[in-house]
Design a protein. Structure first.
Length: 146
């Protein structure tokens, strides 16, 4: 386990949220393609009754729809793959944090990394004579041992 994964844990969580937002947006685009897919156009030509003038054409652009649908599906698969890799990294970090033998250090790391609390909030949760600086220094010394 690399200490960088602990430092990046919060960013990994945010990146997972970003990927999920992108996936939702892509799903919305797929739905719009299917519901708003009809194309309207007007051309000049001879009508069925033999008169010449504007003719309204309405239809569904299957070729364009299929191309965009395949592109969006490919994008969604890439996002799912990225999300799976990021979730694996976060799981590794959480497993490592839970394996820390020192209870005080484990609590500090959980509050700071998993919960994303400030050092003042960490010290408050630790209780006793813990200060934000003492918790921060304890954490920094722990990271230096890697």
């Amino acid at each position: 386990m690399d200490k960088d994964i602990l430092v990046q844990y919060t960013d990994l969580q945010e990146e997972i949220r970003d990927i999920r937002r992108r996936a939702e947006r892509a799903h919305g685009q797929m739905e719009r393609l299917e519901t708003e897919g009809t194309v309207l156009d007007a051309v000049k030509g001879t009508r069925q009754d033999g008169t010449f003038g504007s003719i309204r054409i309405e239809g569904f652009p299957y070729a364009d729809y299929e191309k965009r649908r395949r592109s969006l599906q490919s994008y969604l698969l890439k996002l799912a793959d990225m999300e799976e890799k990021l979730l694996e990294l976060t799981n590794q970090a959480e497993e490592y944090i839970n394996s820390i033998e020192d209870s005080r250090m484990r609590r500090i790391v959980q509050y700071r990394i998993l919960d994303g609390l400030s050092w003042y909030e960490v010290a408050d949760r630790m209780g006793g004579k813990a200060t934000s600086d003492s918790c921060r220094m304890y954490f920094e010394r722990f990271l230096q041992k890697f």
